[in-house]
Design a protein around this ligand. Structure first.
Ligand SMILES: [Mg+2]
Length: 264
């Protein structure tokens, strides 16, 4: 059996737009009972938010199909300290995941300061985070992405926001999202797959493909997002396969019929 860990942004959609054919690919996985999880470094949205966004794009999945870096962060921290508390700079996806794992919010003497994706970032919160880290709270970042693509260009990612607190405190954050093997392994186990049954499909070399390489999963790079074919020679590690889009991969893997449309 083969199962897929599928990145979303740059693979299934770009911003608010479906990448042509990715809906057909996902629908075939469901029809053929092929196990998969969407594996995302976006900690802003809850599982339900993701399901609802996909629904708008014509892809009908369940909450169980979604695994976010906020969930990886919450589950990991809770598994090591059942009574952990945290101060967070982040949004609904992170808050929900922490609460589900039993981690309470505390802005006085938290065990952790956790930075996630979002638009609530301001200097007052950063100053508070810096004070708490200097007082002994451990600095955690839901994901290391420095920038995220937007329809008009780029926005600062969680890694860039975390960098401000790292620079001020001199402490380095521990990041749980892709390519951290902790998250990549959690998602595989969630599907009850073995290492050699696991295939990662993503658009970013530094997170999706590097994560797969570290755990010896098969990997597929799609060129519909943040990586151009001409950039591949810059990396010491390589994806197992390279395809234009998810639909192109689907055809070559026999998941989509040959007669289905392929877009360039
Ligand atoms: Mg991506």
């Amino acid at each position: 059996m083969i199962g897929y860990l599928i990145d979303m942004d740059g693979v299934v959609y770009r911003g608010g737009e479906l990448i042509p054919g990715s809906d057909k690919f996902i629908n075939q996985l469901i029809k053929k009972d092929i196990p998969f999880r969407f594996m995302t470094n976006n900690s802003q949205r809850t599982r339900l938010d993701v399901v609802s966004k996909l629904e708008r794009l014509g892809i009908s999945v369940e909450e169980q199909h979604v695994f976010t870096c906020a969930m990886a962060t919450a589950r990991y921290l809770a598994s090591h300290n059942a009574k952990a508390t945290a101060f967070i700079i982040g949004e609904g996806g992170l808050l929900t995941a922490l609460h589900k794992s039993g981690i309470a919010i505390n802005d006085q003497s938290p065990d952790f300061v956790i930075i996630g994706e979002g638009r609530t970032f301001n200097l007052e919160l950063v100053e508070k985070a810096v004070d708490l880290v200097n007082a002994g709270a451990k600095l955690i970042s839901t994901n290391p992405d420095l920038s995220c693509p937007t329809p008009t260009g780029m926005r600062p990612g969680c890694g860039a926001m975390t960098a401000m607190i790292e620079a001020t405190t001199g402490r380095k954050a521990f990041s749980l999202g892709k390519p951290n093997p902790i998250m990549m392994r959690m998602v595989r186990k969630d599907l009850s797959l073995s290492t050699r049954e696991t295939v990662v499909i993503g658009d970013m070399m530094e997170t999706d493909i590097f994560g797969a390489v570290q755990l010896e999963y098969d990997s597929v790079l799609v060129l519909s997002g943040g990586t151009k074919r001409s950039e591949l020679h810059n990396f010491a590690y390589q994806p197992g396969e390279v395809h234009q889009t998810l639909a192109h991969y689907g055809r070559s893997a026999g998941i989509l019929p040959d007669s289905s449309l392929v877009f360039n």
